[in-house]
Design a protein around this ligand. Structure first.
Ligand code: PBG
Ligand code: ZN
Length: 336
């Protein structure tokens, strides 16, 4: 029967698949993957001061914002249908244990309060990690000999999560990659009466060169050594599945693969193995790489960005954390 159809379509010059690619309406009907602003998360960098809207040089069109700028930002996001933000903070000062990270009036905690005040319906996610707040730039605390200490870092990360929940965060997102932090944070949240605060675990976070522009944006580069002792080796995919499994067992509500583009195979494998909502982080280097080629006239902006975001969704991600969120939402609103 199919062979018979094949013969007929061959004589008409159309294969079965080309027939449904003929018009925009037909392509829309058979489209398997769709982009929606409601699945986007927009990262924000928050800094002290007032009237600050400081361009981040390595990330065109991204800014470090003071808290008085956040109201306008929230209103713009709402008008675009983007309903979630991920917050990173630039502290006034750094120390060995990253104490501004878990201070109740820390920069991120202040930002949460402002955003929730302007738009209580906005989903506010706080990145939980010490590297932006420590003077050594590592994601945990150090031993006398400069080793990153796993278990000693857990109470501080937990405290940070609780302080964000206290400020009104809907979700906390540990990105430190210490073992056992999801369980420790869940326990601390429950004990502090924040049973409703969700955890989005950066489960498969690779030790990646693609974080370069972010480390400039957040001033969070390690002052010595690197993160290979706690972030994942880019060569490993099965290990990502074990990380996801561990975080799921520790009651993560959402799991994540990061970065996205060089790890689309990992996103697919995780998607096939867990029923948790899956986020993918389209990181700073992936963003800046496209922006640089676009600025040179080598790639077509809207086309390349929507194609890229579609590929991450097609690989299996439900949630897209992306610096492209606003522009992509704008294009999606004006096109088929
Ligand atoms: C902090 C953190 C990083 C990113 C998110 N949280 C940097 C790092 O681990 O060095 C990277 C995000 C990006 O590149 O956009 N641990
Ligand atoms: Zn970190």
């Amino acid at each position: 029967m199919i062979a018979e159809l094949e013969r007929r379509t061959a004589t008409s010059g159309f294969t079965r698949t080309r027939r449904t690619r003929r018009t925009a309406a037909l392509r829309g009907l058979v489209r398997e993957t769709r982009l929606e602003p409601s699945s986007f998360v927009y990262p924000l960098f928050v800094t002290h001061g007032s009237d600050v809207r400081e361009p981040i040089e390595s990330m065109p069109d991204q800014y470090r914002l003071s808290t008085d700028q956040l109201g306008a930002e929230a209103r713009e996001l709402r008008s675009l249908g983007v309903r979630a933000v991920l917050l990173f903070g630039l502290p006034a000062s750094k120390d060995a244990t990253g104490s501004e990270g878990y201070a109740s009036d820390g920069i991120v905690q202040q930002a949460v309060r402002v955003l929730k005040d302007v738009d209580p319906d906005l989903a506010v996610i706080c990145d939980v990690c010490l590297c932006e707040y420590t003077d050594h730039g590592h994601c945990g605390v150090l031993s006398a000999t400069g080793e990153v200490l796993n278990d000693e870092s857990l109470p501080l990360l937990s405290q940070m999560a609780v302080s964000c929940a206290e400020a009104g965060a809907d979700i906390v997102a540990p990105s430190d990659m210490m073992d056992g932090r999801v369980g420790a944070i869940r326990e601390a949240l429950d004990e502090a009466d924040f049973a409703e605060t969700a955890i989005m675990a950066y489960s498969a976070k690779y030790s990646s060169g693609y974080y370069g522009p972010f480390r400039e944006a957040a001033d969070s580069a390690p002052q010595f050594g690197d993160r290979r002792g706690y972030q994942m080796d880019p060569a490993n995919a099965r290990e990502a599945l074990r990380e996801v499994e561990a975080d799921e067992a520790e009651h993560a509500d959402i799991t994540m693969v990061k970065p996205a583009l060089a790890y689309l195979d990992v996103i697919r494998q995780v998607r096939d193995r867990t029923d948790l909502p899956l986020a993918a982080y389209n990181v700073s280097g992936e963003y800046s790489m496209l922006k640089a080629a676009i600025a040179n006239g080598w790639l077509e902006e809207e086309r390349i960005i929507l194609e890229t975001l579609t590929s991450i969704r097609r690989a299996g991600a439900d949630i897209l954390i992306t610096y492209h969120a606003k522009e992509a939402a704008r294009w999606l609103a004006t096109h088929d």
